[in-house]
Design a protein around this ligand. Structure first.
Ligand SMILES: CC(C)(COP(=O)(O)OP(=O)(O)OC[C@H]1O[C@@H](n2cnc3c(N)ncnc32)[C@H](O)[C@@H]1OP(=O)(O)O)[C@@H](O)C(=O)NCCC(=O)NCCS
Length: 142
């Protein structure tokens, strides 16, 4: 359900297999989708995101850290609070499982999105071959 929107927003023009991310099959991974359910038609997936336990590269020994991946909202539906609702659900899942730290590789266009949600930047930007990214993190409280 989440991969078609990942493909459209995060991997356009790349093979479908590029939408399979490390961590997707982690037993504690959560994939969240906001869907618009309209009578008489197939419901549309408007926004998606994923979280799973994973230490940040700058602190590989951490056992309380979770990673946010694959945040994407369909073009026409951005700025309406869907991404934030997805992110809040992902963070709540990490907290429920004892997570106290969450991090991501934010695309530069999404730095302010994560900043609004309390994330701060660490280190410089880098290119992973698909986009320019900034590492960001925040602590979590139950
Ligand atoms: C980043 C993204 C997922 C945000 O989803 P969204 O549904 O538009 O976000 P929301 O409408 O829930 O915005 C939540 C808050 O972040 C702010 N925000 C969202 N995107 C922003 C942006 N690009 N720049 C500045 N602020 C942004 C909103 O103003 C809102 O602020 P508020 O809480 O004060 O009202 C979406 O813009 C997207 O898919 N971008 C392209 C793909 C991408 O870069 N994904 C991130 C990969 S790391």
């Amino acid at each position: 359900m989440i991969r078609p929107l990942r493909h459209e927003v995060l991997r356009p023009g790349l093979p479908e297999g590029s939408t399979r991310f490390r961590g997707d099959d982690h037993p504690l991974a959560l994939h969240v989708a906001v869907r618009a359910v309209t009578a008489g038609r197939t419901d549309d997936v408007l926004s998606v995101g994923t979280v799973f336990p994973d230490p940040p590269p700058w602190e590989p020994g951490r056992t309380d850290a979770w990673r946010i991946r694959g945040m994407a909202t369909k073009g026409d539906f951005r700025g309406q609070g869907f991404g934030r609702r997805v992110l809040d659900a992902l963070v709540a899942h990490a907290v429920r499982h004892g997570g106290t730290f969450v991090w991501c590789h934010a695309r530069v266009g999404a730095i302010d999105f994560y900043g609004h949600a309390g994330f701060v930047a660490i280190g410089g930007t880098f290119d992973d071959g698909v986009a320019i990214h900034q590492s960001m993190w925040r602590t979590l409280h139950a």
